[in-house]
Design a protein. Structure first.
Length: 113
């Protein structure tokens, strides 16, 4: 896979990449709270992504996601009521990616310690 290739190319020891459908990984049950960082690239809306982040992230872990330019409604929905569980937004930044048109947003969320 691309991620494993980059891991070897950059000689990243101690890095583990897991490539499978999320529902298969959750069903196995062995990955609960095992990861310090989870990265998602435009895969799910925040209200759907955050519970998965809670499942995979160790306490204090970071969920990093790349979103489209207008993510405000998603953020509002994700943090309405009790939907967010124990995940808190730390940072949101515009990012310009060549050839992809309008700026995207990187959102970094943290699971409570």
């Amino acid at each position: 896979s691309f991620l494993k290739h980059i891991q070897r190319l950059l000689n990243l020891d101690g890095v583990f990449t897991l490539q499978d459908r999320t529902e298969n990984i959750v069903r196995e049950g062995q990955w609960r709270e095992k990861f310090d960082v989870v990265i998602s690239r435009a895969s799910l809306k925040l209200p759907d992504l955050m519970p998965l982040g809670q499942y995979f992230l160790a306490p204090g872990g970071l969920l990093i996601t790349l979103k489209g330019p207008d993510v405000s409604p998603e953020v509002d929905a994700a943090f309405s009521g009790e939907n967010h569980g124990n995940i808190f937004q730390l940072y949101q930044e515009d990012i310009n990616l060549p050839l992809l048109g309008p700026p995207r947003k990187i959102i970094i969320l943290e699971k409570a310690k």
